[in-house]
Every structure is written in C-alpha cells, then in structure tokens.
Ligand binder design. Structure first.
Ligand SMILES: Nc1ncnc2c1ncn2[C@@H]1O[C@H](COP(=O)(O)OP(=O)(O)OP(=O)(O)O)[C@@H](O)[C@H]1O
Ligand SMILES: [Mg+2]
Length: 230
C-alpha cells in the first residue's frame, strides 16, 4: 500500500487472474465502496495525541491524524486509525520513498519531513504550515515571482510524471478563467507539498488506470504550463 514503485499494483490479485479492463474497473469500484464504508464508520481521531501531551488535532485525512505540538512550530502525523495498514512499518517506508522522490523533483516546494517509528507507531514530523490549502490563481494578474514558481512546479511535476508515472495528490482544475490548486499549501506565493501518498492511489490501481490518470492530470498541468509561459 502507498507504494509508488513501478509495477506495484493495488489490483495485482485481479491482474494475475488475467481480468480485462471492464472487470478491473468493476473490482476497483467494489474496493472503493468498501473504503467509503470504512471511512463512514471509523471513529474520528482523538483531539489530543496520547504520545505528545499538550498536542492538538489540527486536521486529518484517510491516512494521518495531524497534531500541532506544543510550541506551535511542528506537527506530528500518526495513523488516523481508519486503515490498519497505515501503521505498518512498510507503509512508513513507502511514504518515505514517495517523499524522497518528491524532494528530488520539487526541492524546496516539499516540506522537510522526518519519519520515525516510536512505540510501535508510525510517525511523520513536519514544520507547521500556516498557508492556505485551496489557492485560486488568475494567471493574468500574478506577479513574476509567482509565475516563475508555478512554471517550475508544473515543469517538475511533468518530469516526475514521465519518470515515475506518478505525481503526488495535488488537484489542479480550471474554473472559468481561474485555476484552482488544492491539497498543497501556499505560503505567500510558494507551494508546499505536505502529503506524499494517497491511500487509494489512482496511479497504482492497474496499468490501464495509470495511463488514463497520466493523460488527464498530465494534460491539465501541460495546459496550465502553456498558459503560464505565454
Ligand atoms: N505540515 C502541516 N502543517 C499544518 N497543517 C498540516 C500539515 N500537514 C497536514 N496538515 C493538515 O492536516 C490535514 C491532513 O493531512 P494529510 O493530507 O497529510 O493527511 P492524509 O491522511 O495524507 O490526507 P489524504 O487522505 O488527503 O491523503 C491537511 O489537509 C492539513 O489541513
Ligand atoms: Mg495522503
């Protein structure tokens, strides 16, 4: 799980059976449904993390519960308690590998993170980000510095997509004349990527889906880059 390594497919069991695209889509739909049910029935994470007295829950997703540590400068992420495998040592290793790939391609746009297993719990430590999570960009109105950082981001993401057939979970969408980016934070005008894995990674379900994701997401980033460069 959460592996971004080549040929590590979530639907491997069905690929081994020689299923075609329609059946793979069906099985993926069934898995998604099981995930949705689990998400609805899982309890919310506690408001404070028992391993860090004085910590405060500031957010959570499908994988991690995120706690602000006393002093307010750092956060710790521990498994959100929804999917058990998030606490497996292998899950932390996979997340660390995805982080290293992100760091290699996106450098300073990736928030420095350390990965530790303490008392049998997977933990990720990061600086506490204070930016906005949903960012709207009107290319006609942005500063040169902002434009340059977005060109760098798009170019590097496209390189990453080519090399790894994968990019981190950042959404990009154009609504009217405005581009929306979310699931990464913007500090002033620089993006910071803080989430390196998807629990249900669309790039690693089965090869046909990867091709489709590359076409869709790559196409979007290319269109964004073209607008930024014109
Ligand atoms: N370094 C950080 N500083 C401040 N807030 C953070 C930081 N990292 C995460 N958060 C907050 O916690 C939320 C959940 O974090 P994160 O996206 O890492 O969890 P996740 O389980 O991987 O989410 P997803 O289900 O989208 O994969 C974020 O949306 C954000 O609001
Ligand atoms: Mg995630």
């Amino acid at each position: 799980m959460a592996s971004i390594r080549e040929n590590d497919w979530r639907m491997q069991k069905f690929l081994n059976k020689g299923y075609g695209l329609a059946r793979l889509m069906l099985e993926t739909g069934k898995l998604r449904l099981k995930i949705e049910i689990r998400l609805r029935t899982a309890p919310s994470p506690p408001k404070t993390c028992k391993f860090f007295p004085g910590s405060k829950l500031i957010g959570y997703g499908w994988e991690w519960a995120v706690y602000g540590l006393p002093g307010k400068k750092k956060v710790v992420k521990i498994p959100a308690g929804v999917f058990l495998e998030v606490n497996e040592p292998e899950y932390l290793e996979n997340t660390k590998f995805a982080y290293e790939v992100c760091k290699k391609f996106l450098g300073q746009f990736v928030v420095e993170s350390t990965f530790e297993r303490r008392k049998g719990i997977n933990m990720i430590f990061q600086r506490k980000l204070l930016g906005k999570e949903h960012f709207k960009i009107d290319i006609r109105k942005i500063s040169l510095k902002h434009r340059e950082s977005l060109i760098f981001l798009s170019e590097r993401l496209l390189k990453m997509l080519e090399k790894h057939q994968w990019i981190p979970d950042m959404n990009l969408e154009k609504k009217g004349k405005v581009w929306n980016i979310w699931n990464c934070m913007f500090e002033k005008e620089e993006p910071r990527i803080f989430d390196f894995t998807y629990y249900h990674d669309p790039f690693r379900l089965y090869p046909g889906r990867t091709k489709w994701e590359i076409k869709k997401k790559g196409g979007n980033w290319r269109k964004f880059l073209k607008e930024l460069s014109s």
